[in-house]
Design a protein around this ligand. Structure first.
Ligand SMILES: Cc1cc2nc3c(=O)[nH]c(=O)nc-3n(C[C@H](O)[C@H](O)[C@H](O)COP(=O)(O)OP(=O)(O)OC[C@H]3O[C@@H](n4cnc5c(N)ncnc54)[C@H](O)[C@@H]3O)c2cc1C
Length: 222
């Protein structure tokens, strides 16, 4: 049941766009009666969401057993500053995926999923670096969660103040937020130049709703 049904979205294109723009998933599961929510990288390929990690990872071990999991991805789009404390809010787009994952054991499938995760972080990166070898593949557990039971919610725009508060003397409005570099790339030893465009890194489709792309300026590194 959605408390604010008008904010709920179920169309796959919107769900996919949120999943493709996000970087971190909150992976929820229950182990021995204790709920956990663990942050993890992920990637979407078609109708599947991939998670990966060390074989020792409890989250992945529980997921591999077929136990139900809940994966949430949140894009924080802005602060909503209303004229009353009560109506302060956050602008966001978020997706919840429910279901049971399966462990990928086929090396080809694992390789595809791991490549998708690297590409999700930085497009084009997988062709620039050494791919995982057999030992690394064996040491990594990879789960695939079908995106069959999923929902999205969105809040955008300014504050929804009460009529009688509109004359309050304080500033009201909203501050768009986006994920962007907080400084130039920091190299690790002697090496080639950073990948083109890294300094201006943006998530795909990462334009705050209502904002022109050109308005998204990188912060001044000084
Ligand atoms: C942005 C981000 C991305 C990550 N991506 C991945 C990924 O793709 N794959 C991956 O395997 N791991 C990833 N991690 C690490 C992940 O969150 C877990 O710490 C790790 O997977 C071990 O999980 P576990 O279930 O085995 O925890 P356990 O080793 O069983 O954890 C023991 C206890 O440590 C605490 N704990 C575990 N993880 C965290 C945490 N992140 N923060 C605070 N307390 C914690 C909990 O209380 C838990 O009960 C990521 C972490 C972050 C913050």
């Amino acid at each position: 049941v959605h408390r604010i049904p008008s904010r709920a979205r179920y169309d796959r294109a919107f769900i996919d766009a949120v999943l493709d723009e996000g970087l971190v998933a909150a992976v929820g599961f229950v182990h021995d009666g204790q709920p956990f929510v663990i942050p993890m990288a992920y990637a979407r390929l078609g109708d599947q969401l991939f998670l990966h990690g060390a074989r020792a990872s409890r989250a992945l071990g529980v997921g591999a057993s077929g136990a139900p999991v809940c994966v949430t991805v949140t894009l924080l789009d802005g602060l909503v500053l209303a004229r009353s404390a009560f109506h302060h809010s956050l602008n966001y787009r978020s997706v919840v995926v429910l279901g049971a994952a399966r462990e990928l054991t086929d090396p080809g499938e694992k390789h595809t999923a791991l490549t998708a995760i690297v590409e999700h972080v930085l497009r084009g990166r997988s062709s620039e670096v050494r791919p995982p070898d057999d030992k690394e593949l064996a040491a990594t557990r990879v789960l695939a969660l079908p995106i069959s039971e999923a929902s999205a919610k969105v809040r955008e725009g300014g504050p929804l103040d009460d009529e009688e508060d509109l004359s309050q003397p304080c500033w009201a409005g909203h501050l768009p937020l986006a994920l962007m570099p907080s400084g130039p790339p920091v190299g690790d030893g002697p090496q080639a130049a950073p990948p083109a465009g890294l300094a201006a890194y943006r998530r795909p489709g990462s334009v705050v709703p209502g904002w022109a792309r050109s308005a998204v300026q990188p912060p001044n590194p000084r």
